[in-house]
Design a protein around this ligand. Structure first.
Ligand code: PDD
Length: 278
């Protein structure tokens, strides 16, 4: 596989990053994951908008122009012949002598790589995901897409240890989001409920696209926090992310939702999202 590091396209085994890189020492960096369908990037503009915001919040600068970032994405997709999969892009503050304060002048480190893998044909989306709830112990600025992913990894391991697919994170009795996705329930009267944007969750690019679509279809939607109890009695549930698109959820903490099969709202939104992304 060819990867991109600070201006160079190199075989992955030759790629080098400084041991003093602040991404490595302080998780001082941000990232984006853009999915690839039929060799095309899905909603690249949306990912760029969020990237700019993440960088601004951390007083970091863009390592190059957005047009250059687009060209790097395209070139990696091409040289690695990715028909379906994703592009991972990471920008860290760069290398500097270890110090808690940000260095005055560090050159940002820019790294990109691809992962080829099926995204449309997903066994979990077919059967519906089973999730458990886990306390949300992440920091207070989850709206910034930082590379600080240890707690989401731990939560996912807890889910794996319990033989299920993912964890939904809970703060003060309300679901914030999944380990790497935004979460939704459909109430008895058919209203789609998803947590409102704040520092508590990541503003998902897929979330924005799906909510647009839901509004165009004039489906009922409420952006507000929902409790674990409300989720357990929901008619159906689902999650969204660049890598999972719309993924139905059929079981929460051992409670089966509806008839235990992916619900009609989730299935419909998944199909529409995929069609519009192709
Ligand atoms: N994760 N919430 C969290 C905590 C996430 O990490 C992600 C994405 C999302 C969904 O955002 P989007 O729709 O823009 O992908 C929500 C990516 C896919 C990852 O870390 O691999």
């Amino acid at each position: 596989r060819t990867v991109y590091v600070n201006g160079d396209y190199v075989p992955e085994r030759e790629a080098k990053i400084s041991v003093f890189d602040r991404g490595f020492l302080f998780a001082d960096g941000v990232y984006e994951v853009t999915s690839v369908l039929n060799g095309k990037l899905v909603d690249f503009a949306g990912h760029m908008r969020r990237l700019r915001r993440s960088l601004d919040e951390l007083q970091m600068r863009m390592p190059c122009s957005e047009e250059e970032l687009l060209q790097i994405h395209r070139k990696l997709v091409e040289v690695n012949a990715v028909a379906e999969g994703l592009v991972y892009m990471q920008i860290t503050r760069g290398a500097a002598d270890r110090d808690f304060t940000y260095p005055e002048s560090a050159t940002p480190t820019l790294v990109l790589f691809t992962q080829a893998r099926p995204v449309i044909a997903s066994p979990v989306a077919e059967r519906g995901a089973r999730v458990v709830t886990v306390e949300d112990l992440r920091w207070g600025r989850r709206d910034i897409k930082t590379v600080q992913l240890l707690y989401p990894s731990m939560a996912k391991m807890i889910a794996k240890g319990q033989g299920v697919d993912d964890a939904w994170l809970v703060q003060d009795g309300k679901i914030t989001e999944g380990t790497s996705n935004n979460t939704y329930i459909v109430t008895a009267d058919g209203t789609i409920v998803t947590r409102d944007l704040s520092h508590d969750i990541l503003p998902g690019i897929t979330r924005a696209a799906v909510l647009n679509c839901v509004r165009e279809l004039q489906m009922k939607v409420e952006e507000r926090a929902f409790s674990v109890e409300e989720a357990l009695s929901a008619r159906e549930a689902f999650s969204t992310s660049a890598t999972g698109f719309v993924c139905p959820v059929v079981e929460i903490d051992g409670t089966v939702l509806g008839d235990g099969k992916p619900g009609p709202v989730a299935r419909r939104l998944r199909q529409i999202y995929i069609e519009e992304s192709l």
